[in-house]
Every structure is written in structure tokens, then in C-alpha cells.
Design a protein around this ligand. Structure first.
Ligand code: 16G
Ligand code: MG
Length: 547
């Protein structure tokens, strides 16, 4: 195909390493950074085709491996509204990445053009960015070759957070329409979010400083720029773990994933009772909060806590605005703490559904709601306002100053939230705004409910593809009868709950358990992990009992 005339020439500069199979998974391609050059080059080609398939709309490419170790890297595509790549394209990505030769590569690209009836005469448009990883510049150069090979109109945003890139993509594709999202520049991003934040908190007392663990990643310089743009005592921050230069520091013993997984504070942060803390992950699309009580005990406010805080505030505002038929709903995954789910159902009395793990699944469920709040327990999430909800807000005619205030606040919240994807900076401003408006400390926020003890374990098996699940990953359909064993174990423990799912990002099976007490929870996790190991091809050491 003439369209691919230059592909072979460029591809020769970025040969595929032999013996490695790449797969576009939940978070795009992600593996050891040094092996990814050919893949990122090919993602450039795919981004161009995706744009042509969308009549020249702008597609995004983000080079990042998020919370993974510094030596890893990854790449993912961003669709026109700033959402994750449509799932049906994931297979194309995998095929194109694994083509063994230039000829096979061209054939794989031609197959995509054919299957999607792509008009290759359209000029492709792509924007891209990367995080702070050392392998980033080389991978970016490979990406630029891929874009050039198909004559792409391309622009780099340099080093920014993943959600910033999602925002830029959405802004570019909505410019000049009713859905215009903002200026597609860093300054535009900061102005939009800080402006909405300041509108919400105006007139309230100033908060104490917020200590931010930036995981030694791109969130560090960006959140400093955000605070500079706000230039307000309402956003007084202190950045810790902000070293993006010293090799080896990214995500090392710090960041949202580390804090959530280990349930303890990151390196470089000595918690003082009464002070406020949060952690971003390496590409700043996740956030968790935490504090120490008077006895110095660590308390985590994870994605479930953020989700319930946001849902409560939105629910109360909708009621105060006097708007009928505007329902706030919450999307969680099976990892949501059981007590958060009970709190949403029984205390908040809001509808809640479970989605499969992975942002795209939660996002799609939230799109079905009027106002959909979605968060993974790990701190990734956001809020979506449906077109119907926006129309209702537009039509709302306040009868009292209080109703008018509530409506203005709902508009400001909508502007404050990055609807394209979970965003640590935007979520931080959301939490800060709600806490400032309520006059709450982190411990007051934490009072809503107490987490059940939980435990997450990893079991390495010979073949994780034999693990199949249903019911939002809470029930195993394969291996046969393993679910019955899990059910029998769960039944032995008060408030027990457990599930087994294959990881989408690692060659392992994950086991989650919770129960009324720490001892029961650990015992349940151990028993379920042991059953998986014994009955489904465990490899290496059998999971050990907690002592
Ligand atoms: C990816 C997902 C994250 C999910 C995690 C689960 C995106 C952007 N990221 O990092 O949402 O929690 O995978 O990993 O979707 P696992 O399948 O290995 O447990
Ligand atoms: Mg991330």
C-alpha cells in the first residue's frame, strides 16, 4: 500500500527484539523500558491510523509506566474525548506490536485499515507526552519516527502528567463546540482547575498546608505550577519526594501505590498528628490521603473514602439545588472495602454498581448514570456528569438564594473535575474544596465509616489464563470448582469476603480477602491463596501463613 511506503525504512531503525511478546493490556503496553522502542514506534503508526479512522480527530499518546519501577516504561493511546482507547483496538495494537518483520508490520497495518475501513487520505493528528523516566526521550524519538512515517500532524507536550495529556486531547477535539472543554495548554489546564476551585472555597476559612508525596515523578513540578497558578492561601502545599533527577528514586518506597499497598507512610514523610498528607503515583493519575492520629497510628483515606466524600457532597448539593430526578450513583470494583459499599447503600442510600478492574470499565459504568462517581480503591477515579444532568442544571431555575448557591456550586464542581480520566491534581482540588467547605479535618472525613481489615496477595501460577471470572471479577468460572472452595472458606469467617482474579498487568493471580478482624482476614487470605496454589498450578513457594 502506497500509504505505508515509508514504514519499512523507518521500521528498520526500530527493530522488534526477538523472543518478546507484547500485549496491549489494561494500561496499554507496559514492560522493561529498554525493550519498548519498536513498540512505541509502532504505536505512533497506530495513533495515526486511529486518527484517520476518526476523520482526523486528535489522538493522544502517553509514554509512562505509572507506579511501576523506574526501569519499566509503557505507552498508551488516548481516544478523542480523552478516554481510554476503545477496547476493540487493543487487539490491533497487540498484532502490530508483534509483527516480526517490516513486511509483516505493513501487512498488519493494512489489515487494520481494511477492517476499520479507514480513509488514509485524511491527515492524522496526534499529540503526545511522557513522564520523567530515563527511557522516555529515546522512546519519544521512536514515537516521532512512527508519526512521521505516516505524515502525521503531531505536537509534543513534553513532560506532563497522564491526565493532563487526556485533558489536552479532549480540549483539542471539542474546541469551538458546545462541549468545549478548555484551552489545550498547560496554562489553560491550571487556569480551569484553579479557577473552579477558588470559586468553590471563596469566603471559607483557609486550610492548613497540605503535604504532598509526589513519588519523585512528574506530579512534583506540575503541582508546584498548579499552586503557583492558584496563588492563594486556599492551596498552600509542601511537596515531598519531588526529586525527578536522581536516578532510581521514581516511585521508590513512595507514591500512592506504595502507600495503599503497604498501608504506611512513604519514605521522606514523618507524619505529625493534625497535619494533612496525600500521595500521587508516578504519572499523577492516582491519589490517596492519610494522617496520623494522636497516638501516631497511620490512617489511610483511599479511593473508596474519596468516592464517598464526593458522592455525599454531590448528593447534598443536588438536594439543596432543588433539582428533581438527578441521581448520583457510585461505581466501585470488587476491591472496594465492604464497609464503603454498605455505607453508600445503607447510609447514603445511593445506587452503587461493581465494574471490572481497570479504568475503562468503571468509566463506562459511570457514563450510564446521571452523575456517576467512580473510584478504584487504589485512588484512581473521577466524576462524570451525563449530558442529561448538564441539561437539567442548565434548565434549573432557583427559587431561593440557597438553591442558586447550590446550582453554582454544582457548575463549579463540574469544572473542577477532570472528566476525561482520574487525575491526582484535579481530585486533590476536589477533596480540598469539599473539606474546606465543610470545615473538616482528615480525621473528621475518616469518621464516615471504618474500613474492614483487608489483605491483597499475589499467587504465581503456571498459567494464569486458565482463570476466568464473571460477576465483575468476583466469581471464578474456571478452573472448575475452585469457586466452591473459595465460597466454603469465606463462609467460615464473620463478614468474610474473598475473590480471585488474574492480574491484567502482571503474570500472577491476585487474591483479595476481608473479614471482621485482622486475624480472620489474614487467615482467610492465606487459605484462599493456598487453595489457588494447590488446585490451580501454583509455582515457586506456597503462600505462607501470616504470623
Ligand atoms: C492498571 C489499571 C488500574 C488497575 C490496575 C490493576 C488503568 C489506567 N490502570 O494499572 O486501573 O487498578 O491495572 O492491575 O486502567 P492488575 O490487573 O494487575 O491487578
Ligand atoms: Mg498512574
Amino acid at each position: 500500500m502506497a500509504h505505508f511506503a515509508k514504514v519499512a525504512e523507518y521500521s528498520a531503525k526500530h527493530p522488534k527484539p526477538e523472543g518478546i511478546e507484547f500485549a496491549y493490556g489494561t494500561a496499554g503496553f507496559r514492560t522493561v523500558g529498554d525493550t519498548l522502542e519498536s513498540t512505541v514506534f509502532r504505536v505512533g503508526l497506530l495513533a495515526a491510523l486511529r486518527s484517520q479512522g476518526k476523520q482526523g480527530k486528535t489522538i493522544g499518546v502517553m509514554i509512562t509506566a505509572s507506579h511501576n519501577p523506574e526501569g519499566d516504561n509503557g505507552v498508551k493511546l488516548v481516544d478523542p474525548m480523552g478516554e481510554m482507547l476503545q477496547q476493540s483496538w487493543e487487539g490491533y495494537c497487540t498484532q502490530v506490536a508483534n509483527a516480526a518483520s517490516s513486511d509483516e508490520l505493513v501487512a498488519a497495518l493494512a489489515a487494520v485499515v481494511e477492517a476499520e475501513s479507514i480513509d488514509t487520505s485524511v491527515t492524522p493528528r496526534v499529540v503526545y507526552a511522557r513522564d520523567t523516566r530515563p527511557s522516555g526521550p529515546l522512546l519519544q524519538a521512536a514515537l516521532e519516527d512512527g508519526l512521521a512515517a505516516l505524515g502525521t500532524d503531531a505536537a509534543s507536550y513534553g513532560v506532563v502528567t497522564t491526565p493532563q495529556l487526556h485533558y489536552f486531547v479532549r480540549c483539542r477535539n471539542t474546541a469551538g463546540t458546545d462541549a468545549a472543554y478548555g484551552e489545550p495548554t498547560e496554562a489553560g489546564y491550571f487556569a480551569k482547575y484553579t479557577g473552579a476551585f477558588l470559586r468553590l472555597v471563596d469566603g471559607k476559612p483557609h486550610p492548613s498546608p497540605l503535604h504532598i508525596d509526589a513519588a519523585n515523578g512528574v506530579g512534583a513540578p506540575e503541582v508546584l505550577k498548579l499552586a503557583a497558578a492558584a496563588a492563594s492561601p486556599y492551596l498552600s502545599i509542601e511537596v515531598h519526594n519531588g526529586d525527578t533527577v536522581t536516578p532510581g528514586k521514581l516511585n521508590k518506597d513512595c507514591g500512592a501505590d506504595h502507600v495503599k499497598s503497604n498501608q504506611r507512610s512513604p519514605v521522606g514523610m514523618a507524619l505529625q498528628p493534625g497535619s494533612r498528607y496525600c500521595s500521587f503515583d508516578g504519572d499523577a493519575d492516582r491519589i490517596v490521603y492519610y494522617y496520623a492520629d494522636e497516638r501516631g497510628t497511620f490512617h489511610l483515606l483511599d479511593g473508596d473514602k474519596i468516592s464517598t466524600l464526593a458522592a455525599t457532597y454531590l448528593r447534598d448539593l443536588v438536594a439543596a439545588a432543588g433539582i428533581d430526578d438527578l441521581q448520583v450513583g457510585v461505581v466501585q470494583t470488587a476491591y472496594a472495602n465492604g464497609n464503603s459499599t454498605s455505607y453508600i447503600k445503607d447510609t447514603l442510600r445511593l445506587p452503587t454498581v461493581f465494574a471490572k478492574t481497570g479504568v475503562k470499565h468503571l468509566h463506562h459504568e459511570a457514563e450510564k448514570m446521571n452523575i456517576g462517581v467512580y473510584f478504584e480503591a487504589n485512588g484512581h477515579g473521577t466524576v462524570l456528569f451525563s449530558p442529561g444532568a448538564v441539561a437539567k442544571l442548565r434548565r434549573a431555575t432557583p427559587q431561593t438564594p440557597a438553591q442558586d448557591d447550590a446550582i453554582q456550586r454544582l457548575w463549579a464542581l463540574r469544572d473542577l473535575i477532570n472528566e476525561s480520566v482520574g487525575d491526582a491534581m484535579s481530585d486533590m482540588l476536589l477533596v480540598e474544596a469539599i473539606l474546606i467547605c465543610k470545615g473538616w479535618s482528615l480525621s473528621q472525613w475518616d469518621e464516615a465509616y471504618t474500613d474492614l481489615p483487608s489483605r491483597l496477595l499475589k499467587v504465581v501460577v503456571h498459567d494464569r489464563t486458565i482463570f476466568k471470572t464473571t460477576n465483575a471479577e468476583q466469581t471464578l468460572t474456571s478452573p472448575l470448582r475452585l469457586q466452591e472452595v473459595v465460597d466454603a472458606l469465606v463462609a467460615k469467617f464473620p463478614r468474610g469476603r474473598a475473590f480471585v482474579r488474574p492480574s491484567g498487568t502482571e503474570d500472577a493471580v491476585r487474591v483479595y480477602a476481608e473479614a471482621a478482624t485482622r486475624a480472620d482476614c489474614d487467615q482467610l487470605a492465606y487459605l484462599v491463596a493456598g487453595a489457588v496454589f494447590d488446585k490451580a498450578g501454583g509455582r515457586g513457594d506456597r503462600p505462607a501463613e501470616f504470623l
